[in-house]
Design a protein around this ligand. Structure first.
Ligand code: SF4
Ligand code: SF4
Length: 433
């Protein structure tokens, strides 16, 4: 009964927002998925039409509705281009919660989200066991990028080149820390996010190196939970809320000025999606969410704005360094308008020469679980990114999101292009000596 009430609440909430769409079709021109499929149902406008009849469609063809809603990278390109300010991601995430609330989640997904990912200590232990045995199922796929591929035929892995789990994740390399604020009182909380912690711990190491170089004191508690976006984008609002609560316990009442993350997706989730879902939490938790969201910042933004002088760069001068280009993560540029700062961190390293690629802010095609479920389409979207990287002549492609790093590594490792992938904070830290 309570679930039905919650569903009707969500439906009512959606209806209020749907009326703002004026059907102009501007979203069609920028949708990376539509560019590949040419299907109106893949565009924001097409999905909004579907949502207007959601309660009727839910009764008629629930599975078809679910599929159409899940055919989306959640890249936010449509929202960024929409002249009416339709909160497209807000609509889609809430609609996914409705449909999955109605249909129920597949049992395996439900178990992973609710029994494992909401218990960070258990999640860490299981990932650590998996990292020891991953070699049974995977094999190296090339030295330059360090990717692996499936040893046996696998429907999930297909012909992907993916980064193996780190032998030692960041939380094991760096135990929890709570340094007293220094003379200039700058103290931050560090939230690596699951992918940096478990797959790219070197990004966290570089973040610490850069923060310590600038005398910033760090609070990093053990047993941090996922930011919740994998659960919410799969429609599991309950698991999402539990993950948010785990993190509120660790961060909400602590004394620090900023919560920094090197993951664009985590930053956008904590800053925008948590407050967007705030209405489902009791008022005291809503307050904590709002306060934490206001303190949350991408690490490249924090370092560049606070410690690196913004100056004009003349990229037409070839400084003879390693050629590097930059891919804008959708969740950083389109959601948070952060795009100058990561480029600044790259440009201040004299060992690199920055070259801009065409369509740097076009989605790479990863889209979180979209890439898992629709790998062929994800690769098609990614091919355009790969071509733009090739044409830039870069030897390194940098970005500021570990999920984009995974996709870029897959695209570039499969073509044996010899192009490396680095986070902007890695390039910056490398320049600090
Ligand atoms: S751009 Fe915005 S207003 Fe125009 S059709 Fe798309 S969602 Fe609707
Ligand atoms: S979020 Fe991205 S993929 Fe989804 S409809 Fe909007 S532009 Fe298309």
């Amino acid at each position: 009964m309570a679930e039905l009430y919650e569903l009707s609440m969500l439906l009512g909430d959606l209806e209020e927002q749907l009326v703002t769409c004026m059907r102009c079709g501007m979203c069609q021109a920028v949708c990376p998925l539509y560019a590949e499929t040419g299907r109106e149902t893949d565009v924001a406008r097409g999905k909004i039409v579907l949502l207007e009849h959601l309660s009727r469609e839910l009764l008629k063809e629930p599975e078809a509705v679910k599929q159409r809603l899940e055919n989306c990278l959640l890249c936010g390109s449509c929202a960024a281009a929409c002249p009416s300010g339709v909160k497209v991601l807000d609509l889609f995430l809430k609609a996914r919660a409705i449909i999955n609330g109605y249909l129920g989640l597949p049992p395996a997904k439900k178990a992973v989200f609710r029994q494992i990912m909401t218990r960070p200590a258990l999640f860490n232990r299981l990932i650590s066991i998996a990292s020891r045995f991953q070699g049974v199922f995977t094999r190296p796929a090339g030295e330059i990028l360090g990717a692996s591929c499936a040893r046996f035929e696998s429907a999930l892995l297909q012909d992907r080149h993916f980064m193996p789990l780190a032998r030692i994740p960041w939380h094991a390399k760096m135990p929890e820390t709570d340094e007293p604020a220094g003379p200039d009182k700058t103290k931050v909380a560090f939230y690596p996010g699951c992918l940096v912690d478990k797959v790219f711990p070197d990004v966290a190491k570089s973040s610490f190196k850069a923060l310590r170089h600038h005398g910033v004191k760090i609070y990093m508690p053990a047993n941090q939970a996922c930011c919740g976006i994998p659960a919410l984008s799969s429609g599991d609002r309950k698991a999402f809320m539990q993950m948010v609560r785990c993190n509120l316990e660790l961060f909400a009442d602590k004394d620090f000025q900023y919560l920094l993350t090197p993951c664009a997706t985590c930053t956008a989730t904590i800053k925008e999606i948590w407050p967007m879902m705030g209405q489902y939490f009791p008022p005291e938790e809503q307050e904590k969410i709002t306060a934490l969201a206001a303190k949350t910042m991408d690490i490249t933004q924090f370092i560049a704005d606070k410690y690196v002088l913004q100056r004009k760069y003349d990229d037409s001068v070839d400084k003879g360094g390693v050629k590097v280009t930059y891919h804008d993560p959708c969740h950083l540029k389109k959601s948070l308008n952060v795009h100058v700062q990561p480029r600044t961190l790259i440009r201040v390293n004299p060992a690199y020469t920055f070259v801009e690629m065409d369509e740097a802010d076009r989605c790479c095609g990863m889209g979180g679980s979209f890439g898992l479920q629709h790998y062929d389409l994800s690769k098609k979207v990614g091919n355009r990114k790969r071509q733009n990287i090739y044409q830039s002549g870069a030897e390194v492609v940098s970005t500021a999101c570990p999920a984009c790093m995974l996709q870029l590594i897959d695209l570039l490792s499969q073509s044996h292009a010899g192009i490396r992938v680095k986070h902007a904070v890695q390039i910056y830290a490398q320049g600090l000596g």
